[in-house]
Design a protein around this ligand. Structure first.
Ligand SMILES: Cc1ncc(COP(=O)(O)O)c(C=O)c1O
Length: 412
């Protein structure tokens, strides 16, 4: 087994880290170790500046002319293309709009519509609940002859791939355990049975290199407020492979998806392309902030991001090997997990609160999971060293048993 590095070796790792300069692109409070970028990414300075510009200049001074003058009308496409580069998607297939949940509804109903004669949506029992709820809601809306949700354990997914399945709906990196599916292999296996595949990339985009085109993915959705640092409630994205554009018809036929919204025609005619996934007026302020936030990825190689992500999580596990009271829930093999780590403990909530009180920001997922996220653009190796030391001290002293740490907040 590899011996744990010393503090001076860790300082050297930061010194040699090619991604270290990207930390300066973020506003990070002093004396805080931020291990929650998997939930809400930190604020890029470019985003802060753009927020001011879009509110004061574009909205405040240029008012409605900004739709043309500042090209607000094409922002969903522009931002979508910036995200596309991180997804391994050629232009014309990715657009920024609405929330992940709403986008999932649109794509799932498109995919089911393409699969006449099949009604099963195969998914994972511990998929992110919103994804299950959206599929269940669509089933209740369309009736069991058109949509039936079948949720099975991850290990059983492959044995359920057969000609009754219309759509395989999976989250690439599990929100709780960080377990990562082999996207290319599962997509290919599903296609062998004529199944369309819809991936939720919320915990992968900006953390894991993706090749949606090369892997023949049909559809994908994802959040932008985690590793893409778009800010709280930032608009999500949709990817729909070009080969499906001619035959899909999304259900939320709002005017922004019309081929010519400013014709104000009485009949809905969808835009011929990914723009048809727009529904209502885009949230320009938050989309502008996201647009600027994505600039931090401009010169960044996603493989370098992944290498650092693996190095950070591996370092945490190496240094934390004495914290036996906290079993790892994430896969031990780095190739099988995303950029966060999950540990279980009956008092995980209190441990999380005790860490937060000491400046190590992380989160809790019911019923017993402590989650620590490692955003490679701004987390340092030294942060890993310090957070492991804080965690070890909290576990050794049992300071988490203090009553103040058991008060449940509304958001965990
Ligand atoms: C994997 C996954 N899917 C979907 C969602 C829901 O996203 P939204 O609330 O933006 O619709 C989340 C939110 O955290 C998520 O983690």
């Amino acid at each position: 087994m590899k011996s744990a590095p010393t503090l001076s070796e860790i300082i050297e790792l930061d010194r040699q880290d090619a991604l270290a300069p990207s930390r300066a692109a973020f506003q990070l409070p002093e004396k805080i170790i931020y291990l929650d970028g998997n939930s809400l990414g930190a604020l890029p300075l470019s985003a802060r500046q753009r927020a001011q510009q879009v509110v004061e200049r574009e909205w405040g001074k240029d008012l409605i002319s900004s739709w043309n003058q500042h090209d607000w009308i094409n922002l969903p496409v522009k931002v979508g293309e910036k995200i596309a580069r991180l997804l391994g998607a050629a232009p014309g297939q990715t657009i920024c709009c609405d929330s992940t949940s709403v986008n999932l509804f649109k794509l799932l109903s498109c995919a089911l519509h393409l699969q006449q004669g099949r009604s099963v949506v195969l998914t994972q029992i511990d998929n992110f609940p919103a994804d299950l709820y959206i599929a269940q809601g669509l089933g209740a809306h369309c009736g069991p002859e058109n949509c039936v949700v079948k949720a099975v354990a991850a290990a059983e997914l492959e044995q359920h791939l057969d000609s009754s399945v219309a759509v395989l709906l999976l989250t690439h990196v599990n929100y709780k355990s960080a377990a990562m599916h082999a996207m290319q292999r599962l997509t290919a296996r599903a296609h062998q049975h004529g199944i369309l595949v819809l991936w939720d990339l919320s915990h992968s985009a900006g953390a894991v290199p993706l090749q949606l085109d090369a892997w023949q993915v049909d559809f994908a959705v994802g959040c932008t407020y985690k590793y893409l640092n778009g800010g709280p409630g930032a608009p999500a994205f949709i990817y729909a492979a070009t080969r499906h554009h001619g035959s899909i018809r999304q259900p939320l036929t709002g005017w922004m998806g019309h081929t010519d919204p400013f014709e104000f025609a009485a009949e809905y005619v969808p835009f011929d392309g990914v723009r048809q996934f727009l529904c209502g007026t885009p949230a320009i302020i938050s989309m502008s902030v996201l647009d600027a936030a994505l600039d931090v990825f401009d010169a960044v190689d996603m493989h370098a991001v992944r290498r650092k992500s693996v190095a950070l999580t591996e370092l945490f596990l190496t240094l934390a090997k004495d914290t036996a009271a906290l079993p790892l829930v994430s896969p031990r093999a780095s190739a099988q997990r995303g950029s966060h780590l999950a540990f279980s403990h009956p008092q995980a909530y209190a441990i999380c609160q005790a860490l937060v009180a000491q400046g190590v920001i992380c989160d809790f997922r019911a019923p017993d999971i402590l989650r620590l996220g490692f955003a490679p653009l701004y987390v340092r190796y030294r942060d890993v060293w310090d957070s492991v030391a804080t965690l070890a001290a909290i576990l050794a002293s049992k300071s988490y048993e203090s009553a103040e740490f058991t008060v449940r907040h509304q958001v965990t």
